[in-house]
Ligand binder design. Structure first.
Ligand SMILES: Cc1ncc(C[n+]2csc(CCOP(=O)(O)OP(=O)(O)O)c2C)c(N)n1
Length: 934
């Protein structure tokens, strides 16, 4: 049998030990070894020069030496010198000779082959090999790869660590250039410190090597197939990275520091807030001659630490996906390199980190491997590691995700570059994540105005005396006679002079970004052709439900699919249900050449078994996705079930969308209620990305919403929160009630991607998904358009209507159902299908139409402090003509969105309907209704 090198240990001694055990009892070794030993026997002629063991060396000592070597490889990081401030590493008894009853003399007497690996090749005996192994594993790099499940990867990592191919002299570093780079890094901080004292910049000092490491990663990957590097990072060192890695002009950064804000007009007028300088993103093209060789892109991010991680991953996924052909998108795993820079307190502390790591190997979220760099300054604001995490290392979380880790001392430039090279080499080979824990310190307080001595006096006594990495490098280069002694000072002066000249000649306003204006939406903005011809829809419907030869449809789906097949036969019959309308909308959007990505928990099938975007053959488990098999489309359709996450997955979809806003990206919550697990992504990215960073998101959120007695956490998508966040120009919020409206809305969103992209929140039905009142006719798709306001379908005589029951969403259907045929003719039920931007003109038209109105009753099923009431109330009041009253009917104010019991729900729901419709059904509970104008 061929020996699989992946499970062969380096040292023969270990193998012999195993062989002995196998001979004594074959069951005592693993199945792989058992198979292997069946055809293997110990070499009679050693492959190494033959060594005769001295008489006083036992085979136990040979085995002990092998164990020691193994322990150094596995636990050497515990004794590595990782802290530039010199704290003692924890160490481990497994790394000590005494633990194995070994001595230096014993090791000197043993051959190097008992240690194995490349170190053995150059060593004269086991002592030298162990010494060299310790240099590798217990120097200024700590390797952690023993937890990796794949033997092939472990072998590669071990080989990479030990064979030295990535480190000098095999891979030389131009240390003079490195010094030049570190001079730029340090001069930038010194200059800002001198001219803007105390102003927050979150200096990189103490982790200066971050910049050359990023240079190295970008240059290394530019040599491969990578055409884009996507960076995400928090505040620490960001300005330095922007200046040097993203080539953001010094003038622009200095202008932002000067902040000529007095000439700006007010926030009100612009709707623009911009963001602090250390949150801004940037893009840079690296050219190779005329060609753009690579694009480096740093995403803007909020202060909310680590929340940019999934966003960057989503951006990378979008950049690596080919979408301009029918079927599934084509993913190019090496095309984009995501690099995420984390804080040492934030990485273990913020849950979104784990959520994002969990995305890394999932088919719909894979980005070909991200490189993570923990900017470890050993403090989180004032918090020490033992207060901030329950793990030894800041990086330990990553080990659970099968990610290799390298810890490296930030004061050893060559070790840092080796770590960067290893990360890229691993990522390119295995397309998996890699973590570098860059251990440094923080030169100043949390920010430059902060006094660190209040809380870390001893640490800062050390830091105050600690030389910068540039100084350490200069000393080394001078000692080696590599540079001329005048050079470092000369370079530093030149750099400072350059910055001074830029500052002296600065025209801050010219350098600053000129903010665009936010305009409110007008009716023109939804003047998009959304109707589709009858013949096209009928043809698409036919194509959609043609299954491939040999595909067996689940028996329980035969009838519903048959209903879909025939639903377009009678154009004026309301036979098209909600999910069917969605599929038709998607098909037509793909035919228009717009790619679609649809994700969410259990979204392929749909939480309520309504969608079936993917069919599963019960006889063989094969799948079929009709929207990927349509003949006449020009763009890809991607659909996938998300993992159980809201925060990271929504961040991911936001990133995917904002990187390429002309694709239709739809994310669905399992129930709208769970959206609050992603509140930071909503607040910080979806609704404010435009205002802060001039982004143009067009993400669609589907949030199942409606009161159906399922308790406080399965009722509300928190309409009120979105409405509160809307400025009428940053997001569209809808709560629509018919399949046709949904069809037109999706098509309108797709049609506006180019012209007027806006995030769109659609509160979607649950029990109404198959309700006959919600179903629509083909005619409504072929002739209709999106209507922000829907008048009463009963078409009441305006002369008789004195009460307008104004509402939004499912309660309208409940009102229609509860209203009896011959009564209530004085009331019209009108639906606001769109809440934001508020459809003033359409509502005004209706108020004119119902000229006899005496009262408008806002009816909602949500409690008074929730739902749309607080939002619509001032807007409706503005429109009240003289004598017209505004009233509220709905649930009483409440801390929790709904009742926990179906009975209690039913009582309250009935009461709201009775009150609104004036049915006089006085139920035992307090009848909650607010008389607005009294
Ligand atoms: C989600 C979130 N919580 C709290 C903060 C406040 N905050 C800003 S920086 C910081 C410390 C971060 O420490 P670390 O991750 O080690 O990064 P460092 O600042 O040391 O570079 C904290 C708590 C924040 N910005 N974001």
């Amino acid at each position: 049998m061929a020996v699989d090198r992946n499970f062969l240990p380096y040292n023969l001694a270990y193998l012999l030990d195993l062989y002995e055990r196998f001979e004594a009892d074959p069951e005592s070794v693993s199945p792989e070894y058992r198979t292997f030993f069946q055809t293997w026997s110990p070499p009679t002629q050693p492959s190494e020069p033959s060594v005769t063991l001295p008489d006083d060396i036992s085979s136990d000592q040979v085995i002990a030496s092998a164990y020691l070597a193994q322990a150094i490889r596995t636990y050497g990081h515990l004794a590595a010198h990782l802290d530039p401030l010199g704290s003692a590493p924890p160490g481990d008894p497994a790394l000590n000779l005494e633990t194995y009853h070994l001595t230096e003399d014993i090791l000197l007497a043993l051959p190097a082959s008992v240690v194995g690996g490349p170190v053995a090749d150059g060593a004269g005996n086991a002592f030298e090999a162990i010494r060299d192994l310790k240099k590798i594993y217990m120097g200024t790099i700590g390797y952690e790869y023993g937890h990796i499940h794949s033997a092939q990867e472990r072998e590669w990592l071990r080989h990479t660590a030990e064979c030295g191919a990535l480190r000098p002299p095999q891979a030389p570093v131009d240390e003079t250039q490195l010094l030049k780079r570190l001079t730029q890094v340090e001069a930038f901080e010194l200059f800002l410190h001198r001219f803007f004292p105390g102003k927050t910049r979150f200096s990189i000092e103490g982790l200066d090597m971050m910049v050359p490491m990023l240079d190295e990663m970008i240059n290394e990957s530019a040599e491969e197939e990578v055409c884009m590097a996507m960076l995400g990072m928090a505040h620490r060192g960001r300005l330095n990275v922007l200046a040097h890695v993203l080539s953001k002009p010094y003038a622009q950064i200095l202008a932002e520091f000067k902040d000529p804000g007095q000439n700006y007009t007010t926030l009100d007028e612009l709707g623009w807030t911009g963001d602090v300088t250390y949150h801004k993103g940037a893009r840079r093209a690296i050219r190779g001659g005329e060609q753009v060789k690579m694009v480096v892109w740093m995403a803007p991010n909020p202060s909310h630490l680590e929340h940019v991680n999934p966003v960057v991953a989503g951006m990378a996924r979008a950049a690596s996906s080919g979408v301009n052909q029918p079927g599934a998108p084509i993913f190019y795993p090496k095309a984009t390199l995501p690099v995420l820079i984390h804080g040492d307190a934030a990485f273990p502390g913020e849950g979104v980190v784990a959520e994002t790591l969990n995305l890394s190997q999932l088919p719909g979220y894979h980005v070909g491997g991200s490189v993570h760099l923990i900017a470890n300054n050993q403090l989180g604001f004032t918090t020490l590691p033992h207060e901030g995490r329950s793990t030894l290392y800041a990086s330990d979380l990553a080990k659970g995700f099968d990610i290799p880790v390298i810890h490296v001392n930030a004061d050893d430039p060559l070790a840092c570059l080796e770590a960067a090279r290893s990360a890229i080499a691993y990522r390119m080979k295995f397309q998996k994540d890699f973590v570098i824990d860059l251990v440094g310190y923080r030169r100043y307080g949390h920010n430059e105005g902060d006094e660190p001595g209040f809380t870390q006096p001893e640490m800062y006594q050390k830091i105050d005396k600690h030389p910068s990495v540039r100084t350490i490098l200069i000393d080394r280069l001078l000692q080696g006679g590599i540079i001329n002694p005048e050079l470092p000072a000369e370079w530093m002066e030149n750099q400072m002079r350059k910055l001074q000249q830029i500052l002296d000649t600065l025209n801050p306003e010219a350098e600053l970004f000129n903010p665009p204006r936010l305009n409110g939406l007008t009716n023109d903005h939804y003047a998009v052709q959304t109707a589709v011809s009858r013949s096209q829809l009928q043809q698409m419907n036919e194509d959609l439900y043609k299954f491939p030869d040999g595909f067996t449809l689940n028996r329980k789906l035969e009838k519903p699919i048959q209903r879909r097949r025939s639903a377009l036969d009678n154009p004026d019959q309301p036979t098209i249900e909600w999910a069917h309308a969605e599929e038709l909308a998607f098909a037509t959007i793909l035919a228009d050449g717009i790619p679609i990505r649809l994700t969410g928990q259990d979204t392929e099938r749909g939480t309520f078994s309504q969608r079936h975007a993917v069919f599963h053959d019960p006889t063989n488990g094969q799948t079929f996705t009709p929207l990927q098999a349509l003949p006449k489309v020009r763009a890809s359709f991607e659909v996938c079930n998300s993992p159980l996450s809201e925060n990271a997955v929504l961040g991911f979809e936001f990133g995917y969308n904002v990187a390429f806003p002309k694709r239709l990206v739809v994310w669905e919550a399992q129930y709208g209620d769970f959206i609050n697990s992603a509140q930071a992504i909503i607040d910080e990215f979806v609704v404010s990305g435009w205002s802060k960073w001039n982004q143009k998101p067009s993400l669609v959120l589907l949030l199942p919403h409606g009161y159906e007695g399922q308790g406080p956490d399965h009722s509300s998508g928190r309409l009120e929160r979105f409405l509160q966040l809307s400025t009428e120009a940053n997001i569209r919020i809808t709560n629509s009630t018919t399949a046709a409206q949904y069809f037109h809305l999706l098509r309108m969103q797709a049609g506006l991607l180019e012209k007027y992209p806006l995030p769109l929140v659609i509160f979607t039905p649950k029990s109404l998904l198959r309700h006959p009142r919600v179903a629509s006719s083909l005619q409504e798709l072929t002739d209709g358009a999106w209507k922000p306001v829907l008048d009463d379908p009963r078409n009441p005589d305006p002369a008789r209507v004195t009460r307008l029951l104004l509402c939004s969403g499912k309660i309208a259907v409940d009102l229609f159902e509860a209203r009896q045929a011959d009564i209530g003719m004085d009331a019209a039920i009108v639906r606001l299908e769109q809440l934001s931007p508020f459809p003033r003109d359409e509502l005004e038209e209706l108020l004119q139409h119902y000229a006899q109105l005496e009262e408008i009753v806002w009816v909602q099923e949500e409690p008074e402090n929730m739902g749309a009431w607080s939002y619509v109330r001032p807007r409706i009041r503005e429109m009240l003509r003289s004598g017209l009253q505004l009233h509220y009917t709905g649930r009483a104010p409440s801390a929790s969105p709904s009742e926990g019991s179906m009975t209690w729900h039913t009582v309250n729901q009935k009461q709201i309907l009775a009150e609104a419709l004036g049915l006089g059904e006085h139920l035992p509970q307090k009848n909650y209704s607010v008389r607005e104008n009294e």
